[in-house]
Design a protein around this ligand. Structure first.
Ligand code: UD1
Ligand code: MG
Length: 452
């Protein structure tokens, strides 16, 4: 795209009542990111690309999410919900300050791509005043229909106001529009509310443009890209489409997915080269997997970084704040949280490692638990390099285990262990010679086993 400046207005003032949720609609997640984050991610970026988000009253969380993703976003509150044109005008101050292209998009269409925004803007460069994104709907009920005559867009007729013949039209308004920025305010200000709902419809921009003798054009896209989310069922459909896209992109980038349809990825998952992911793995937001790492089946990973050639699972859970060094091994039924495990660390079976630092090449035996919580606050466990923690040990934090230290199996460690020390904390073992035999004889005398 040329150096044309842009203003993107995201309409997100809706309550989303059909989601049956206390969370504002645009904050619901798809592939680990809010609907709003997806839309903002696709909107034009860069020094000459401004962004405005129109939010409902009492939707501070939506404003915060917009700022988190795009710190430069301007938030505008639409106090009364009087229609999509009225919502755009809530951002009047942003429009007045001027941009070559004004883009309007709904906050609940998370599958829209950056490329589509570019395609929409192109006709403005050759003189169109307005571009509308259209799609062929499998079931057009509820959508505005695009009325095209002689290849020219003449009107958008809302479903509620359409005749039966118009309702049979499949070409629908996706809701994304691009205006010539110098003409936008004149067009949108001229929109009235003489329709069945008494709302200011942004879609009436088409007839206004025609009346002013300017040109409005349609750019088509696939229905999948413009699916709007109004219900939990539609949220699940969008997730389905997004997962298919993410799996395809991962495969194209060289990730080995043995059964792609069983692996769930997040929009921000990053992979190195030669990564293998076995079937039935769930990856949440904030995960980085470096070259050659293998994620075995039934693992669940969120906000974690996995080093080169590391191995995770099967049945591992990596929670937020996990960092695994190169070649680290996390085995079955191991949970790790807020912990840094340096290169070559092994935690192969049945452990919980939370709020911990583990030095390179240490071996954490089966059943080791960091006791990080005393019921009031969390405490840290620090384990040096090359340490060996025997199976079934409890490390009661705060506690430090030195480099090269050795912990005897079954110990409950409450005091720091110096470098190269051997710590054993358990009752001495007693062996009673012949005791087992005497016990058996006692039992067989009192209760004869049945024949057979
Ligand atoms: C709208 C379009 C319709 C299109 C469909 C695509 C209009 C008049 N109709 O209909 O042609 O086919 O989307 O999904 O534009 N919003 C506000 N403030 C308001 C009203 C709406 O912020 O006062 C926001 C909503 O939060 C939503 C978006 O604008 O994100 C669209 O509003 P919605 O009521 O869903 O419009 P539709 O009836 O779906
Ligand atoms: Mg809608």
């Amino acid at each position: 795209m040329s150096a044309r400046s842009s203003l993107t207005i995201v309409l997100a003032a809706g309550e989303g009542t059909r989601m049956q949720s206390s969370l504002p609609k645009v904050l619901h997640p798809v592939a680990g990111q809010s609907l709003l984050a997806h839309v903002l991610g696709a909107a034009p970026k860069g020094a000459d690309a401004r962004l405005a988000v129109v939010i409902g009253p009492d939707h501070k969380a939506v404003a915060d999410e917009a700022r988190r993703i795009r710190p430069d976003a301007d938030n505008f509150v639409q106090r009364e919900r009087l229609g999509t044109a009225h919502a755009v005008l809530a951002a009047r101050d942003a429009i007045v300050s001027g941009a070559d292209d004004l883009l309007v998009v709904f906050g609940d269409t998370p599958l829209i791509s950056a490329e589509t925004f570019s395609r929409l803007r192109a006709p403005l460069q050759s003189g169109a005043a307005l571009t509308v994104l259209g799609f062929r709907a499998a079931d057009p009920a509820g959508y505005g229909r695009l009325l095209v005559e002689d290849d020219r867009l003449v009107e958008i007729r809302e479903h509620a106001d359409a005749t039966p013949a118009q309702r049979a039209i499949k070409l629908c308004n996706a809701g994304v529009m691009a205006f010539d920025g110098r003409k936008a305010l004149q067009i949108i200000d001229a929109i009235g509310n003489a329709n069945s709902k008494g709302e200011y419809y942004l879609t009436d921009a088409v007839t206004v443009v025609r009346d002013l003798g300017w040109e409005a054009v349609v750019i088509e896209t696939s229905e999948d890209e413009v699916r709007g989310i109004n219900t939990k069922a539609q949220l699940a459909e969008a997730e389905h489409v997004m997962q298919a896209r993410l799996r395809k992109a991962a495969l194209e980038a060289g990730v080995t997915l043995i059964a792609p349809e069983t692996v769930y990825l997040a929009a921000d998952t990053t992979f190195g080269k030669d990564v293998t992911i076995e079937p039935f793995v769930v990856i949440g937001p904030g995960v980085t997997i470096a070259d050659g790492a293998v994620i075995h089946s039934f693992s669940h990973i969120v906000q974690a970084s996995i080093g080169r050639k590391a191995s995770v699972g099967p049945y591992a859970r990596l929670r937020p704040g996990t960092s695994l060094g190169d070649g680290a091994r996390i085995g079955n039924f191991v949970e790790v949280k807020a912990a840094t495990l340096a290169a070559g660390v092994k935690v192969n079976h049945l452990s919980y490692i939370g709020d911990a630092d583990v030095g390179a090449n240490s071996n954490i035996g089966a059943g080791t638990i960091t006791c990080n919580y005393d019921g009031f606050s969390k405490h840290k466990t620090t384990i040096g390099e090359g340490a060996f923690v025997g199976t079934n040990s409890s490390l009661v934090a705060p506690v430090k285990i030195g480099n090269g230290a050795y912990i005897g199996s079954g110990s409950v460690i409450t005091k720091d262990v110096p470098d190269d020390a051997l710590a054993v904390e358990r009752s001495p073992q007693t062996n009673r010679e012949g005791g087992a035999k005497r016990y058996r004889e006692l039992k067989t005398r009192s209760k004869k086993p049945k024949d057979g």
